[in-house]
Write a protein that binds this ligand. Sequence first.
Ligand code: ZN
Length: 268
Amino acid sequence: MPTHLTVKGLVIRETAYGEADRIFDLLTENGIRTVRARSVRKPGAKYAAVTQLFAYGEFCLRQSGERFFLDSAVSKNQFYGLRNDLEALALASYFSELIQKTATEQPQAQLLRLFCYALHHLSEHDRPPLLVKAVFELRLLTELGLMPDMVCCKVCGEYLPAHPVLRIAEADFACADCTDTTDPADIEAKPSVIQAARHVIFSDFDRLFQFRLKAEALPLFAQYTERFLLHQLGVSFHTLHFYHELTGPPNAGAGTEREAIQHGTDEN
Ligand SMILES: [Zn+2]
């Protein structure tokens, strides 16, 4: 006996299957479901758009054993702004690979929200893509319980030192004067980077992306979140390589001037 279920979900991977079918991975509040949709690649198919990559909607699924089949779906957001923006698409693909490599059988309600908020900002072009990337990386780690300790300098307890050093292996920070280690992975940062990290770790989702960083602080913050994430997860991501090929090597400063002009700088 097949069972029926209705779930909200985001298509995070899709593959053509057979003559006109599509198989897609759906990120739901309860993890990833792999779904087969029949005939959706035929011209004029009713559920063609809602089963495309990065479509968000409500899906009625039929479960038969371990398999899920699409019965019907209602589109909620297609994130159309992604479709003609290669950098945004590259980042969305990277987020998708991150989710696929870290998702578990545990409930994934927060990961679904995080992904949808990030796609919203990439699609609307109302935040620098580098900021969206950094927030996604650090908040994903937070949801996985892998966030750094950002409470205070690990050595002297100073809450917000003028010259903090972000320590990758220790997953914390210390004043430059307090640390005599010279791990080349560590990053000499600014107080605003510490504040940004605290915001991303502790903020509610509706305020998560509501902050700005000065042009010189954003690349530092983004360099930190990427380096820390790669250290914590211990895997590589081919979509991240593609993103860097597209935008230039990290910390080349590419894009930061444009972002500063577009979005202003109202926070230190
Ligand atoms: Zn200190």
